[in-house]
Design a protein around this ligand. Structure first.
Ligand SMILES: C[S@@+](CC[C@H](N)C(=O)[O-])C[C@H]1O[C@@H](n2cnc3c(N)ncnc32)[C@H](O)[C@@H]1O
Length: 462
């Protein structure tokens, strides 16, 4: 198991609790922490506690994500190298592609070096505990999902970060200043700014993405890191890849700690915090807002403050859960808080100096004071039993049924692609075999093949 760096602080340990047993305290041991009750050992990644309910499973998942990120970078590099084989390229295009190829290569090296401690891990995923816990990280999250945030937080300077820190700091005015928790802290600049300027005794930044927290911890310790930014719409050819030296304005004051874990199984003892900030977070987690309120509530001390900051862009399939600001105010109040104060402001968002692309967002800053204690809801269930156990019948959900039909059609269609048949011939054969009507077959075959063709040509990069 990889372990480097020193234990951050005893003050942090006092706040921690087992994410599996929920309330049991953790003891510091040589290579990390151990639960006093279930005796699960939690490692550290470069001195950052790895407090996932099932540390082995989470370690394996993030290693796979790292592997995928590295393979994607290698494929991107190879594609650019193949384009460079074309002898008819303009000089300017060649120069841009060479710059991009070199940037991809350097980025792969930098990422490999930064994430090396994750590869060194030897934690085994214990199947039985996985069954018991049903832990799982969302499959749509990759190592690079919030990669541009690293550059915004530690590369682009003050502007955007200052604006966010000021709005949140204002909302926290008057809060007791002992302990602060930032849930889903990402690249963690906001946590850093609040800690630096807010006289907090102990601040904790929690996220589940090890790349973001490894960078945050490194720069907050006063070191610098060189990583490439790949802007969405580069301002010039040379800005297709920009080497950024990421750094914090100054080393963090003592008392700022980072924790790797799942916010929905937050590894903290009850009533540990005077304030909790959830920046750009409540609308990205796969949990209903009232249930999230019930998870935040017990972590706060009596009278503690919760600040919800960022967009309210809920995107649930069930529109009933895609709340507007008025509903959010009501739901938070129902969750054991005083009626929250809500303010709305328009701020720049992901406005890279190297990109023509940048957004303006109307953000909400909602401050709620804890009024009553609420019990934590039951454990967050990531997957139903039939997906975790191997011996339960898998229900024939409408979605599975539909998928089974489309898979049969796709398989039949793909088996007809032999390098000789035309769309017209394939459509006739599919109709003869009863897969679809002849009059709709041609369009369906064409659309399906176009989709496959587009997917094969879609860029994959950062
Ligand atoms: C939209 S980003 C916001 C990042 C940061 N708060 C900011 O304002 O830039 C959402 C963050 O939440 C993290 N995240 C999402 N679900 C999480 C979970 N269940 N536990 C911990 N972190 C989570 C992501 O890794 C990401 O860093």
């Amino acid at each position: 198991m990889a372990r480097a760096g020193s234990r951050d602080s005893d003050a942090l340990q006092r706040l921690l609790a087992c994410p599996r047993c929920v309330k049991a305290r953790l003891d510091a041991v040589k290579d990390g922490y151990r639960c006093r009750r279930c005796e699960t050992e939690f490692p550290e990644l470069e001195g950052i506690p790895w407090l996932f309910a099932n540390p082995g499973v989470a370690w394996g998942e993030w290693r796979q994500r790292l592997d995928f990120a590295q393979k994607t970078l290698a494929a991107d590099t190879a594609r650019v190298a193949a384009s460079l084989e074309d002898g008819s390229l303009r000089d300017s295009t060649r120069a841009r592609l060479e710059h991009l190829r070199d940037a991809y290569t350097a980025q792969a090296e930098a990422l490999g070096a930064l994430m090396a401690p994750l590869e060194l891990g030897t934690l085994e995923a214990h199947y039985a505990t996985y069954l018991a816990l049903r832990t799982r990280l969302p499959s749509d999250h990759g190592l690079h999902t919030y990669y541009p945030n690293l550059h915004r937080d530690w590369g682009w300077g003050e502007g955007e970060n200052r604006r966010s820190a000021d709005l949140v700091a204002e909302a926290l005015a008057g809060a007791a200043r002992d302990t602060l928790l930032v849930l889903g802290s990402g690249a963690s600049r906001l946590a850093y700014d609040l800690h630096q300027e807010g006289a907090w005794g102990q601040s904790v930044a929690l996220d589940f993405n090890p790349l973001l927290l490894l960078v945050a911890k490194t720069v907050c310790a006063g070191a610098t890191l060189d990583l490439f930014e790949f802007p969405i719409a580069p301002r010039s050819a040379s800005e297709v890849a920009v080497r950024q030296t990421l750094r914090a304005p100054a080393p963090a004051r003592p008392g700022l700690d980072f924790v790797l874990g799942d916010a929905l199984r937050a590894p903290f003892a009850a009533a540990s915090f005077d304030a909790i900030v959830t920046p750009w977070f409540v609308d990205v987690v796969p949990e209903e807002l009232s249930s999230l309120c019930a998870r935040v509530n017990p972590l706060l001390r009596s009278g503690g403050s919760w600040v919800v900051f960022g967009s309210l862009a809920f995107s649930n399939r069930d529109a009933a859960h895609n709340y507007g600001p008025e509903e959010v105010v009501e739901i938070v109040a129902d969750g054991g808080f005083d009626i929250p104060e809500l303010r709305e402001e328009t701020i720049p968002y992901m406005d890279s100096p190297h990109s023509r692309h940048g957004r303006r967002e109307q953000v909400v800053v909602l401050r709620a004071r804890k009024r009553d204690d609420r019990k934590s809801p039951p454990r967050h269930v990531a997957l139903p039993d039939y997906l975790v156990k191997s011996d339960e019948p898998v229900p024939l959900l409408e979605a599975f049924h539909l998928q089974a039909t489309t898979t049969r059609i796709h398989a039949a269609l793909m088996s007809l692609v032999d390098g000789k048949r035309s769309i017209d011939q394939m459509a006739t054969m599919l109709a003869e075999n009863g897969f679809m009507r002849r009059d709709e077959a041609e369009t369906s075959v064409r659309n399906f093949l176009i989709k496959m063709y587009d997917e094969a040509h879609r860029p994959t990069g950062l």
